[in-house]
Design a protein around this ligand. Sequence first.
Ligand code: DHE
Length: 586
Amino acid sequence: MHAGRIGGRAALLTTATAMALVLGVAASAQTAAPAPADIKKHETTPSGQYEPSLDVLKEKSLPAPGAVEGVPALTQAEADEANVIYFQRCAGCHGVLRKGATGKPLTTDLTRELGYDYLMNFITYGSPAGMPNWGTSGDLTEQQIDIMARYLLNEPVAPPEWGMAEMKASWTVEVPVDQRPTKQMNSLNLDNLFSVTLRDTGEVALIDGDSKAIVTIIPTGYAVHISRLSASGRYLYVIGRDGLVNLIDLWMDPPRSVASLKIGYEARSVETSKMEGWEDRYAIAGSYWPPQYVIMEGDTLEPLRIVSTRGMTYDTQEYHPEPRVASIVASHYNPEFIVNIKETGIIQLVDYSDVQNLKTRSIPAERFLHDGGFDRSGRYFLVAANARNKVAVVDTKEGTLTALVETGATPHPGRGANFETAEFGPVWATSHLGDERIDLIGTDPEGHPDHAWKVVKSLEGQGGGSLFIKTHPNSRNLYVDTPLNPDAEIASSVAVFDLDDLDKPYEVLPIGEWAGIDQGMRRVVQGEFNRDGTEIWFSVWNAVDQESAIVVVDDKTRTLKHVIKDPRIKTPTGKFNVYNTRKDIY
Ligand code: DHE
């Protein structure tokens, strides 16, 4: 089990329980508790493994719930232990406030109907419908399950908010703007620099794409999720899971963090203004908790406006108390950020031309929006509504929803892959967590109207558990990773398709083996091209106490070109080439 997803398994309810919960049917402990004989061992699926784990929030001590007559109480020590377990393993599906997300709600009106014995059994044995067998798998002890059953019978305690006062108190500017260089002071080829997440050490490594040498390692927030570039390419923004944004000035020698701001307790996304006339002006970051986004000054990270995403779901129009902010991208057609809100299924177009009197357009799309990228023209943004097996397409020029496209099971594109096909014209592709499909969606409504916004072709890859897919305008290869596939060989290799002959069987590149590492799962994750599109880099992601590496593949020959190994390269995951990230090339 790799470090990233320990314990972050999907927690769903059995069909019977779900029905009881949905219908509000009282299920007494005696009649409704699942009998062990009925329970099959639940094998966690790759999609199940990929549910959010609130690793930072779990460290926050919250007061034990107050005593309620007839409800078994928890000591402070038990409440602390329950919070750690709940935020790490359960909240991703059931929500911080237990109002439900991809999993069912676990509010006390429902859990008290089910009763203590039922909850004990259910947590112990799990269900074939997706709830892990936490007890019989050995993940939780009987004592921990007792604590969890009592925890669920008590009201949830909401973690604290993080408003302007907290943000301002966390804000540092280590190098003020007037003390920064006015030109590039180092001799780096910045366009071919890579920012590499060292997940479990809380750092990013800047690696020179030409020499493959580590330029510097910069301390950041915990488990940086993504890196994004300012429009000019001077500033690099990284965001940790703990909500810490670092602003790195690439002109300094060596590049270093010049400002930081903590925007919340749990976060995954950051972006910068890209519209002509607004280059490098603003940054934006979104959080899972509290559910909000903040617009900041681009060169200092001074927080300017915080906007809550709490509100109504797009379809049933019911209030959702914690809609998490997933991906954010910047429009090239308007001074707007495109903010994807997971649980409500709403895409907000946030007009940053007047931050004081903020105008937002709200597009109903689909629930569980996650990650996505632009089509090759940069006009359309395609985002996976992963738990709904759909991709939503937004026209960023007109500010409207263009289409909802049905895909395979749990699409996970990263930013996706754009390429030209002889038959369908330009397409954007996504792979999937839930199956082996790679879906190609037509993206040219003018030149190829019959194919636009449809899955025009599905390729068959190595298997489910794929997270990222990649190509480059100068490449005719399509690379598909499968780091969450349960088969170790598949997890440590990538499939390559020939874009000039999509029906040709894919070739398997044994990246983990090429790394020369013989320990751990050697999960191979997230291909990223160099500036010229002549080589692609893959992370070989092992646990923090094991060897990891970055493997560079020659794109033309599909052969090993270089292995970057260094004791400092621990748990590498995302890699972001400055030029390609800045220009949305993928
Ligand atoms: Fe990610 C992108 C959320 C787990 C590596 N990830 C994203 C984005 C979101 C997200 C919302 C899009 C950001 C954007 O474009 O603005 N990721 C989540 C989760 O909620 C989830 C499922 C579980 C969690 O608890 O975080 C999750 N992600 C992971 C991992 O386990 C990965 C493989 C390793 C890690 O670092 O934790 C991982 N996510 C990445 C990477 C990207 C990403 C490398 C950016 C890809 C790109 O090419 O842009």
